[in-house]
Design a protein around this ligand. Structure first.
Ligand code: PMP
Length: 407
């Protein structure tokens, strides 16, 4: 498809075809989880109808097919983010597990008393809590890159925060609470100049624009299948091969070993060393189908659609009296967070729900950045490749209704 045809795209998503509360569904909560195209649903059903068996060990035909599907999915992910080698792709449960894995393997090995871990003030709790836990376990200190009033990182502060004590920089590519796109390539360059590895939280980025981990240069990149139109319960940790090979195992169990005696255990090679137990086979199969779907549309075309819709959304939301956007960074993707004066975001969400409009309200698992903006919560409309200007117009009509209800 050369020109991006959003109406055609919508037909691929069966869930979107319904009415809720007597009105056509307007789904503006894809940053929480995205809907699934028929191709993903079909791939999962097909796997169970034809190929299901356990992987890696079986000699029979079904196990061979299932192994091919699972390892083929790894190759599909490799290509999607342009990693050098499929061994750099570790399947995990999601972004949260990917970050915990790095904190508990790379972190436990390399971080000690007096060391520092550097994150930013706009992180999701998934990129705060694992590092806090690591600091408590090791006696290290958590340092934070500040955020300004637009919701951009204060880049002038970065050089001084990257010190000889810093053992890792962990930063989100796109903020789920504000939509800010961070300059992760530049941050990686700065950190690498001081020999500091970088983990990028890609949960909100891979759905909106092409990601090339070699171009970014980061050491780790984490993302979730369910936010990129794939299934829940599957995600990816990309790690540079030399980094992964130097890390101890994460969980222990089957598949992550080469041999076990009661005296000695030899661990498996990367990436299997980090994938203990029967993996999420249907998840990997569904994720690969989601990537093929995205590739079919073209990430460049998707990025253009998303950018145009964000620009339109920003413009029309700003026209709603009393509405304040929270996060006005120069570069944003997918997220429009806002507050309506004197009306609690939860009330905004509840009234919109009556109109068939799904948004998210709350702190978005990013309480520190809410504190920075001095709000307990925001209302968040998040956009995906199946959203239209009509969806955004419905949101604006809904917000006018909210204002009427609250006089
Ligand atoms: N980081 C960011 C920026 C996110 O938006 C999310 C999900 N809201 C996560 C991490 C955690 O992802 P998951 O719950 O899929 O592990």
């Amino acid at each position: 498809m050369s020109a991006f045809d959003v109406q055609r795209v919508r037909e691929d998503f069966p869930l979107l075809r319904q009415e809720v509360r007597g009105r056509p569904l307007v789904y503006l909560d894809s940053a929480a989880t995205a809907q699934k195209p028929q191709a993903v649903i079909d791939a999962i059903v097909r796997f169970y109808e034809h190929d299901n068996a356990n992987v890696h060990r079986g000699v029979h035909v079904l196990s061979e097919r299932a192994t091919e599907a699972y390892e083929g999915a790894r190759e599909t992910v490799r290509e999607f983010i342009n990693a050098r080698d499929a061994r750099e792709i570790v399947f995990v449960r999601g972004t949260t597990e990917a970050i915990n894995l790095v904190a508990q393997t790379y972190g436990r090995k390399n971080v000690g008393p007096g060391d520092e871990v550097l994150i930013t003030h706009m992180e999701h709790h998934a990129n705060i809590v694992p590092w806090r836990m690591l600091c408590e376990q090791t006696g290290a200190t958590l340092r934070v890159i500040p955020v300004d009033d637009r919701g951009e990182l204060v880049l002038d502060a970065v050089d001084a925060l990257l010190t000889e004590k810093t053992r890792i920089l962990a930063v989100t590519h796109v903020s789920n609470a504000l939509g800010t796109v961070n300059p992760v390539k530049e941050l990686t360059r700065k950190a690498h100049a001081k020999g500091i590895p970088v983990l990028v939280d890609g949960a909100q980025s891979v759905t909106h624009f092409p990601v090339d981990v070699q171009d970014l240069g980061c050491d780790f990149y984490a993302f979730s299948g369910h936010k990129m139109f794939g299934p829940t319960g599957i995600g990816v940790l990309y790690g540079r091969l030399e980094r992964l090979e130097s890390m101890p195992p994460y969980q222990g169990g089957g598949d992550m070993i080469l041999s076990v005696t009661m005296e000695k255990i030899t661990y498996n090679r990367v990436p299997h060393r980090f994938e203990a137990g029967t993996p999420n086979l249907e998840g990997a199969v569904g994720l690969a189908a989601a990537i093929r779907y995205l590739r079919g549309l073209g990430m460049g075309a998707i990025a253009e659609h998303d950018r145009a819709l964000m620009a339109y959304g920003t413009q029309v939301l700003e026209s709603v009296p009393g509405l304040r956007l929270v996060g006005t960074a120069r570069e944003k993707a997918g997220v429009l967070s806002f507050v309506l004066e004197d009306i609690h975001p939860h009330d905004v969400g509840t009234i919109l729900d009556r109109e068939g409009i799904c948004i998210r309200t709350g702190h978005h698992c990013a309480q520190p950045v809410m504190q920075h903006f001095k709000v307990p919560a925001t209302a968040r409309a998040s956009l995906a490749l199946y959203n239209t200007r009509e969806d955004v117009d419905a949101l604006v009509r809904g917000l006018h209704k909210v204002r009427e209800v609250f006089g």
